[in-house]
Design a protein around this ligand. Structure first.
Ligand code: ADP
Length: 227
């Protein structure tokens, strides 16, 4: 049943941008290309929607690679210092943060280490920070914090943005689950970001939690075991 639902969801998600691209191209062919302004407008629609298709397919491929690796030998893990990974996340998200006038803050000691797959963990944290920026307003702060407590390492991404209504939290990490689908699509979301985070953290034998309140903000915490 899950697989059938997933195929139906993927088809639905792909159909939306394809319908928009086809509509734009048909309008151009029907004569809109003769007017430079119309032409520009419909080409921009086709371009934006192709980017969207691409983003969905990239995310689906990332998920299927993760599933394949988890089923076979598992992902490769090594003891790594976390500060460089978190610094790289900040670098990756700096442009998006500047564009939205959101401040990124990083708190982590250089001694903190964990058993991780660096590129995958970085991707998971980028997804969380990217969301935190997307769902914040200008002038707000997104903080990224790493620390160890006993035999667990915590990586927390906190925003003071829109927050998520409580009844959505249990399903938030499901593929294509969104609180507001139209808004997510409008800001370039695929609805797969958190599903990817969950898979990556599971492959690290860890867990990811969310606490959120409407109008107050959200806190996503990755918890990794210390071997
Ligand atoms: P999307 O591509 O839509 O962002 P995700 O899987 O990353 O997909 O997130 C799923 C949904 O969770 C989003 O559509 C959004 O409604 C909600 N969400 C995720 N992170 C946040 C956040 N930091 N603040 C508010 N809502 C969030």
């Amino acid at each position: 049943n899950l697989r059938r639902d997933f195929v139906a969801n993927v088809s639905h998600e792909l159909r939306t941008p394809i319908t928009a691209i086809k509509g734009a191209v048909e309008t151009l062919l029907a004569g809109a290309n003769e007017n430079p302004q119309d032409s520009q407008r419909f080409l921009e629609i086709a371009n934006r929607q192709s980017d969207r298709l691409n983003a969905i397919i990239e995310d689906l491929l990332a998920l299927s690679r993760l599933e394949r690796d988890a089923e076979s030998a598992g992902i490769e893990l090594a003891e790594e210092s976390l500060l460089p990974i978190l610094e790289s996340v900040v670098q990756c998200c700096a442009t998006a943060a500047e564009t939205k006038n959101v401040q990124l803050r990083l708190f982590c000691t250089k001694e903190l280490t964990a058993c991780v797959n660096s590129p995958l963990l970085e991707q998971a944290i980028v997804n969380l920070v990217d969301n935190a920026i997307k769902y914040s307003d200008a002038q707000e702060t997104v903080s990224i914090e790493g620390w160890q407590n006993g035999n667990q390492v915590f990586i927390k991404v906190q925003d003071r943005g829109h927050g998520i209504p409580k009844d959505h939290l249990p399903r938030l990490f499901e593929r294509f689950y969104r609180v507001d689908a139209a808004r997510s699509r409008a800001i370039g979301g695929t609805g797969l970001g958190l599903a990817i985070v969950k898979h990556i953290i599971q492959a690290h034998n860890g867990e990811v939690t969310v606490h959120s309140a409407l109008g107050v903000g959200s806190v996503f915490t990755i918890i990794l075991p210390v071997s």
